[in-house]
Write a protein that binds this ligand. Sequence first.
Ligand code: NAP
Length: 311
Amino acid sequence: MVKKNQLGKTDLYVSPIGLGTNAVGGHNLFPNLNDETGKEMVRTAINNGINFLDTAYIYGPEHSERLIGEVLKETGNRKEMVIATKGAHKFVDGKVVFDNSPAFLKESVESSLKRLQTDYIDLFYIHFPDNDTPKNEAVGALKELKEAGKIRAIGVSNFSIEQLKEANKDGYVDVIQSEYNLFKRWAEKDLLPYTAENNISFIPYFPLASGLLGGKYHKDSTFIDGRAKNPLFQGETYLKNLEKVEKIREIAQAKDAETAHVVLAWYLTRDSIDALIPGAKQPDQVMENLKTLEISLSQEEIEKIDHIFHN
Ligand code: NAP
């Protein structure tokens, strides 16, 4: 059985390795996705002890939530699962805008509930901040939804430290989801210390740097999705990044582990990172990433990895 971690001060207990599902039905984000493969990844997660799924309205849009809803209905184990979803995106004249108004957030939760075929959402995040709504007012709307039993925990995502502090004025924020990986470590400056001090769980997104930290790419690899323009995957920077990944591979090999396991295990040594949500394109990657839980890193290895990515 996979041991569970408590998310901050919530009553949610999750497998430290969850599943990020932007490639489950996220046809607007990745080319050539297959819905059946997406559903199979969710089944694989559920059948192997992963109880933490991360989705959002905008993955599809709507489609990721729908596919997850279908699998949950089919497997019949909604109660054991911790389902996180997000809202804030709205289409106006075909363009995306962010809306954190209490009315829009309440509407978003209602429509996510329908797509997920459930009567509560375990963790609902404000996906992106808007320019107008005071952050504590937006979170206040989620507090009302929590009291009404529609959501169990309150999250914010892509908030700066100032926005997080304003959002958490009344102490209601349970989780923040933010970009963090070995290449992108700016959260260490203020978000991670703040979350540790305030018992807020920090969930890093892009933990594998969109696959670059998975260890399978080489200098001649080509990319047709968002990675084609991602600065981490360009020219000299890409080559330098591959050298760093190679150093992780050496550490992994000495432990009889894979690069991705070592990278994911390293995050779990950080204060306030209770769980990870690596994405996957195939069910075998879901299984692979679970193996992270079989390895532990020595203090020396933790520092070595830290050092590789500080240079
Ligand atoms: P990621 O976790 O950094 O990378 C996932 C990709 O890495 C997979 O799609 C797969 O791509 C590769 N991979 C997975 N397991 C691997 C393994 N064991 N070995 C080698 N490669 C492996 O990126 P992500 O999926 O985009 O982000 C994770 C989750 O964070 C998302 O699913 C989503 O739920 C969430 N997210 C949230 C936000 C936000 O604004 N809050 C933004 C982005 C993402 P390939 O096989 O194609 O290399």
